[in-house]
Design a binder for this molecule. Sequence first.
Ligand SMILES: [Zn+2]
Length: 364
Amino acid sequence: MCLSLPCTDKDEWQLEFPFCGGQKQSPINIDTNSTIFSHELQPIVLAGYSLDPSEQLSLMNNGHTVVLQLPGSLTIASGYPQEYRAMQLHLHWGSPEGPGSEHTVDGRRYDGEIHMVYYNPSCGSIKEAMKQPGGLAVLAAFLQVGPEDNMHYQPLLEQLHKVQEEGKETTVAGFNIEGLLPANLGRYYRYSGSLTTPPCYQTVNWTVFNWTVLLSKEQISLLETTLQGDDDTDLQNNFRLTQRLHGRKVLASFQASLSPRKVPLPDGGVAPMTPAPDSATERSMDKVPGTGAGCPPCADSEKRLGFALQPADVLAGLFGALFAVTALAFLIYIHRQRSQNRRPDSHPKPNIIYTAATTDENTV
Ligand SMILES: [Zn+2]
């Protein structure tokens, strides 16, 4: 997330901004084998995101990314211990030569990443919230090449040419902002991190969704090739490299141990700055046309392997096995009873009427 300038010279940031060398920096690589399931992480619920077209939003090229200002009436109503109000959203992307998400999952970098930035109103002003622990929240989702245009992104992308140069600004008519995020807001990772640009304040409650957002190759290309940054150079690869965890834990809102992502990937993930997998198989996966819904990172690969094991499948298997064992035991019991009754030397039980022991008998 880039909230201020400069957003370049990443290695030298900490010389001027000490927090950039801190131990709770973002982005990070999410190692799915090390995530911890937390039942306290409830699905993210958003409120107020269908904006009327009469509402005009500012869109600006700040030299590092394209920023869409959001009204504070857009909130995260649930999914965090407190309410957060929207500030802005922006995007990160790569170049025609390689992907450009900020976070990575098991070493895999995605084509792009959207960040919706929020502040905690109980901290007072936005400026104060930026400095307070938990004062900021970011909802992050990976952008990935899919089979067709994502219509939810069109209101944003069709205005890019108007902010081609650094410092340019235009307006965008209100639209459904929630459509820019994955359809499934229930599966995500959560960790404590920072702004990914100076001053790198370590005050961000990050949510990284497990589902990607699919855009067409043309839309991703438009993002990668339209804007210019400093010195009229192409604005590309505007992501910070992943930072060390320094003992931080990454929580998951879902049971990663039951997730298909545990299956080793045939491609082993994608190293930073190398092209994303570009197979026709991957592009044809899972997409409901025009909804912006995508597939969980890495899960598409397991589907190719036929290991799409979901929690419901596991439960169904367990109940099925239990039923089979019970039925088998019952059949054995019936068989034994019949065998016993057929034995020629078996004696019929005497016709005895059993009576319950009385209290007096038990106290003898
Ligand atoms: Zn960002």
